[in-house]
Design a protein around this ligand. Structure first.
Ligand SMILES: Cc1cc2nc3c(=O)[nH]c(=O)nc-3n(C[C@H](O)[C@H](O)[C@H](O)COP(=O)(O)OP(=O)(O)OC[C@H]3O[C@@H](n4cnc5c(N)ncnc54)[C@H](O)[C@@H]3O)c2cc1C
Length: 378
């Protein structure tokens, strides 16, 4: 494969780089979690129709090619610009496939113009890896459904105005068959949100409670009781996103700079670990380019390769974070606010969640083994 960019691709990359440099957060992780900064970035990208770049033009996208999307993701993540959200990554794509015309007209433009922010309401205290076991009930009542139950680990629920909900509509059917998908306004009467603070001290996710929440039946997406299939496709969109190693690439580059400046000292062992991480970043980067190139040629995303790349990238993030902690030693563990270690300590603590969010590594390996490699279920 030829990894050189065409003149048009190189010009596009330059254009994105100029905007990404303008939007890049001057501060550390705290600023990137800042809602005002996130909104500013969202609106700036929406103005350029870049938020949902690959979507068809009729829905507010640019019909961008997979390679353009890949260059965009890579450039934005390298500069740590929060360039997407759940609405763009999987709710919108699932609506494009399974929503009716009215739902597409109502929801898609508000995602691409940055007005609506979505959260994902799947996990429950008793249903995570085994999502089909979810118990939140949606009971038909005239033109509405009445929702009761609890969700957990809902990222960004407190900053979203819409929720993408999986709920049980037929408790007597086999568990994969009695489920439906809904669009729920997060300010609906009876819906309440309770914060959960993670071990970095940030409030990212929440518990969400439904107490007789009424949702019009027009906000059910797809057929009643067929929601599992919509959910599975949305999960594929979530797990096969491309261009996700650029953040790790940036961490390696910054860390190398720190070592060169003498503010962190390597032993022979940590030097080898750092080199190994740098090699893995490059390998995954080229796999990302191959995924985009294949998708460009065939029109179909090689989902097995994309899932493998995503799983490896998440595990690599943890490997890099653990390597930086070993090099920084006691300073890394002290976590003083003005220390060079601060960003690395934060990244180390946050990286623990990488192999859980969006489906654990074990579950992703199961999916790769059965759906990708055709192996029998264990
Ligand atoms: C930072 C973060 C953000 C999140 N955001 C959201 C969100 O926005 N919306 C949402 O709905 N959810 C969200 N989640 C929840 C996430 O999807 C679940 O935590 C995840 O799917 C695992 O489910 P669980 O926590 O119930 O663990 P469990 O399913 O109880 O798993 C516990 C352990 O058992 C292992 N295990 C379970 N089943 C199997 C199996 N069949 N084979 C092998 N091993 C198995 C798992 O790999 C894991 O190690 C988030 C989680 C995190 C950490």
């Amino acid at each position: 494969m030829d990894f050189r960019l065409s003149p048009a691709q190189a010009a596009f990359q330059q254009e994105v780089t100029a905007v990404a440099d303008e939007l890049a957060a001057p501060g550390g992780p705290d600023l990137r979690a800042d809602p005002e900064y996130n909104e500013h970035v969202r609106m700036e990208l929406a103005k350029r129709k870049w938020l949902a770049m690959p979507w068809p033009k009729e829905y507010g996208g640019l019909g961008a090619s997979p390679m353009q999307q890949m260059l965009y993701n890579e450039t934005m993540s390298y500069r740590r610009v929060p360039a997407g959200n759940m609405g763009v990554w999987w709710v919108g794509p699932a609506l494009i496939l399974y929503g009716n015309d009215e739902q597409k007209e109502r929801f898609l433009p508000r995602i691409t113009n940055g007005d609506d922010v979505w959260c994902t309401l799947y996990s429950e205290p008793g249903a995570g890896s085994d999502l089909a076991a979810l118990q939140t009930r949606a009971v038909r009542d005239g033109d509405d459904y009445i929702i009761n139950g609890q969700k957990i680990w809902t990222s960004g629920a407190h900053r979203s105005n819409w929720g993408w909900l999986a709920a049980r509509t037929d408790p007597d059917a086999p568990k994969h068959r009695g489920m439906s998908m809904f669009c729920v306004p997060m300010d609906a009467p009876g819906l309440s949100i309770r914060p959960l603070v993670n071990m970095t001290g940030n409030h990212e996710f929440n518990e969400v409670f439904f107490d007789n929440v009424r949702v019009p039946a027009t906000q059910r997406v797809g057929e009643e009781n067929r929601g599992w299939y919509t959910l599975a496709v949305a999960l594929d969109f979530e797990r096969s996103s491309i261009g996700s190693t650029a953040g790790a690439h940036r961490t390696i580059d910054d860390f190398v700079e720190l070592v060169r400046s003498g503010r962190a000292v390597l032993t022979e062992q940590t030097r080898n670990r750092l080199s190994d991480c740098a090699i893995s970043v490059q390998v995954l980067r080229f796999i990302g380019y191959r995924i985009a190139a294949e998708q460009e040629q065939t029109g179909i995303a090689p989902t097995l390769l994309a899932q493998m790349a995503k799983l490896s990238a998440m595990e690599l993030n943890q490997k890099i974070s653990s390597m930086t902690m070993q090099v920084l030693g006691m300073e890394g563990q002290a976590h003083p606010a003005d220390s060079v270690a601060e960003a690395y300590t934060h990244a180390f603590l946050r990286s623990v969640a990488n192999t859980i969010e969006g489906g654990t590594s074990e579950i992703q390996r199961n999916v790769i083994a059965t759906r990708g490699l055709g192996l029998p279920r264990g």
